[in-house]
Design a protein around this ligand. Structure first.
Ligand code: ADP
Length: 253
């Protein structure tokens, strides 16, 4: 479990986050939503230890984050940043990079690292892509490679900043399925999503970020009932119950 308790943080003198309280539970998908500039990426960067706290505490499995070294932290939390650049390497090599936090000097991959990377590729169904250059892959395939890299990292927590931006609708639906499987496997997932119906569909917990604070946090139903989305996100989301469970959609009326 990851716990943010009364966390304030920002960039030097520019305070962005104020008094954030958020718990990320094992096997749960938490999604941050909110307008541009509300502080979602800053929250992720703080959680990843890229920005110092000016107040509060972050605990990972009960241990204060400052007790972990960079490498130890990378074994706990895998991060897929926004709009990943496309490195000039093969997909197989990319996945192997996930083993980096486990290498000791002289930083050579061991048979065990290669086996774990292969297993991660197999789990994502992308074994046949191993020798293909990243630049040749579609957005959806590339994303699977990045997720396989996160799996090879064997981190309990996976953080993704706007992971669906470059995916077409079919790929977005597959992504939803993949996230569900990862959470069922016990991964703790933290996402930033702009697509509100998708966020409502796949998240056990939604945190609405506004002005660097958590305006509301809870299940999709709780957030819908609160009216906070209409008030703060400039959009209305409605739900309807079908045989396949609740479905969410924008109300354009
Ligand atoms: P979001 O991810 O919700 O769009 P951000 O976390 O990127 O929002 O930004 C929140 C606030 O922090 C904005 O006011 C933005 O201008 C500011 N900010 C973001 N990055 C930096 C930075 N590197 N230095 C100073 N201020 C920043």
């Amino acid at each position: 479990m990851v716990e943010m308790e009364n966390v304030s943080a920002g960039y030097g003198k520019c305070k962005v986050l104020h008094n954030i309280n958020l718990k990320l539970l094992k096997g749960q998908v938490t999604t941050l939503v909110g307008v541009n500039g509300s502080g979602k990426s800053t929250l992720l960067k703080t959680l990843l230890g890229f920005l110092p706290l000016s107040d509060g505490k972050i605990r990972i499995d009960g241990i204060p984050m400052e007790n972990f070294s960079r490498v130890e932290l990378a074994r706990k939390i895998a991060y897929l940043p926004q709009g990943n650049s496309v490195p000039d390497i093969t997909a197989g090599r990319m996945v192997l990079h996930g083993r980096f936090p486990y290498l000791s000097y002289p930083r050579k991959y061991r048979a065990q690292d290669i086996a774990i990377a292969e297993q991660a590729m197999s789990q994502m169904g992308i074994v046949e892509l191993a020798k293909r250059p990243m630049a040749e892959l579609s957005g959806g395939m590339r994303q699977k490679v990045y997720i396989a890299m996160a799996l090879a990292q064997q981190a309990a927590v996976i953080v993704m900043d706007e992971p669906t931006t470059y995916l077409d609708i079919g790929q977005q639906i597959k992504f939803a399925d993949l996230i569900r499987k990862l959470s069922e496997d016990g991964k703790t997932i933290l996402l930033v999503l702009h697509d509100l119906p998708l966020a409502f569909k796949i998240s056990g917990q939604i945190a609405v970020i506004w002005n660097g604070a958590v305006a509301e946090c809870g299940t999709a139903q709780k957030i819908l009932k609160s009216g906070v989305i209409e008030r703060l996100c400039g959009a209305a989301v409605k739900s309807t119950l079908t045989e396949a469970g609740a479905q969410y959609f924008y109300d354009f009326s």
